[in-house]
Design a protein. Structure first.
Ligand code: G4P
Ligand code: NA
Ligand code: NA
Length: 191
């Protein structure tokens, strides 16, 4: 997606040689016009997948997920990182490993939010090691539903998340694929 790549080049900064900071339009301040275009492109990519629901994880996945759900006219569900007081005993939960923090964190989805007949599109802002996306696939599969696709705004292709998701057989589509952040240079995979 050309507009997204342009914004990443112009406004993104590289931290510690493998982290891309994009808090002007995605991770802190959100550009709704850009997010609308992101949602349109992700929805187009999965237009024929029979999606009934979009699933993401709070907080930064919510903006692109909401715009994708708007385009597809389906509900948008986000997994919660803090256990809600009101959670049912039958809620879905799994632990997700964070490579950056070296800890496992639980995430939660209320009982009944995902049904067996659902075909779910996972949306996330970043794909790095793939642990967040894989955690969401576990919750979907626990509920007996189908993972119909995974749509990503920014994929760091030099980390192993993409290949893990491909190997697991999921249909992955990323709008911007970053080949390298070395020497503070943002290089995209040519597509
Ligand atoms: P993984 O899910 O692909 O395995 O990712 P990892 O554990 O490495 O990343 C943990 C958090 O860091 C996630 O956000 C993820 O989106 C974010 N992240 C990973 N790489 C980058 C990067 O290069 N730039 C930015 N800006 N974020 C990155 P989170 O902790 O779930 O937080 P949030 O959604 O509340 O923002
Ligand atoms: Na994030
Ligand atoms: Na995220």
């Amino acid at each position: 997606m050309d507009e997204l790549k342009k914004r990443i080049q112009e406004e993104g900064t590289v931290i510690q040689s493998d982290i891309l900071k994009v808090d002007r339009f995605l991770n802190h301040q959100i550009d709704p016009v850009l997010m609308k275009q992101v949602g349109k492109k992700l929805a187009e990519a999965f237009a024929d997948a029979g999606i009934t629901k979009v699933l993401t994880i709070e907080s930064s996945g919510i903006a692109p997920a909401l715009m994708t759900g708007l385009e597809l006219s389906v509900p948008v569900l986000f997994a919660r990182k803090k256990k809600p007081l009101t959670l049912n005993e039958g809620a879905l939960t799994t632990k997700i490993y964070s490579y950056t923090k070296k800890i496992h964190n639980s995430v939660y989805i209320e009982e009944g939010m995902i049904q067996e007949k659902d075909r779910i599109l996972i949306i996330d802002d970043f794909l790095a090691n793939g642990e967040a996306s894989l955690g969401l696939t576990r919750l979907i599969e626990m509920a007996g539903a189908v993972v119909a696709g995974i749509g990503i705004v920014i994929e760091k292709s030099f980390q192993d998340g993409r290949s893990k998701l491909d190997e697991a057989g999921y249909s992955v589509y990323s709008l911007a694929r970053i080949a390298s952040l070395e020497n503070n240079q943002i290089t995209f995979i040519d597509e």
